[in-house]
Design a protein around this ligand. Sequence first.
Ligand code: R5P
Length: 295
Amino acid sequence: MKIFSGSAHKSLAQEIASKLSIDLGELKVTSFPDGEIGIQIMDCVVGEDLFVVQTLAKDPNHYAMELFIMVDALKQALCRSVTAVIPYFCYARQDRNYKGGEPVTARLLARFLHTCGVDRVIAMDLHTEQLEGFFDIPVMQLRAKELFIKEIKKLSLSNPIVVAPDVGSAKLASRFADDVQCGCAVIDKKRGSGQTIAMGTLMGDVKGKEVLIVDDICSTGQTLKQAASLCRKEGAKSVYGFVTHSLLSTWENETLDGLFVSDSIEQVDDQSIHLISTADLFSRAMKQSLQYNIT
Ligand code: R5P
């Protein structure tokens, strides 16, 4: 078992490798004058089962291309299999042609991974469950929920309720509610563009309760902020946020009593955010995935 890391989030790859008591594989990443990416694998990988860790955030086009090129280089070097470990799978929100004339980028990315030789994928909290159906290779989907539930237990809440900030997160919220053993509410969010949203009705009663807002992605932070404000307006006693993939660069924490995010995407050091490590989750899944034989 060998792990190679792309440039997107080296500290996570390093942490995963430490959990597995192995060193990261050696490779050289260069850049041609016109911006093309060059890769050279420095280790012998003949006949080996390899993992490439690359999260696809912040500069997704560059990091996706880097991943494709790395996988191609590893395949050229005659490895046995490559598992792409993609903590944050980008382009997932464009998963259907909704307005007409739109691409299905989630499927496109899944196809590219297959085409460049990836044998299987380990990802976490894909934007929608059915996205797995876009892949012709096995996908192992991990859940940050198990990490967040541990944090929720530490809060010792007396009357919690899980809130989905939009209908798309209702399933996720319902799963959280099952584990926390509490009720669930949903907000009818309307999206204008990538930057603008409007909160509609809150379906459920949050009065006097400790609200746990759960979402897979936080991008501009508007969803989280407006959902929290609405819950407060409706009488919530406290409001916490739990987000798997945070694309935020800064967070002003005035609307939440606590924000918990996973490290699927590299985060800037911010004391007001509780950063939850996913390294253990990924390392266990990677070990487990080797039990399935790929020839
Ligand atoms: C939407 O479907 C996602 O689950 C998130 O709610 C959304 O991406 C959050 O975006 P923002 O932080 O920009 O409101």
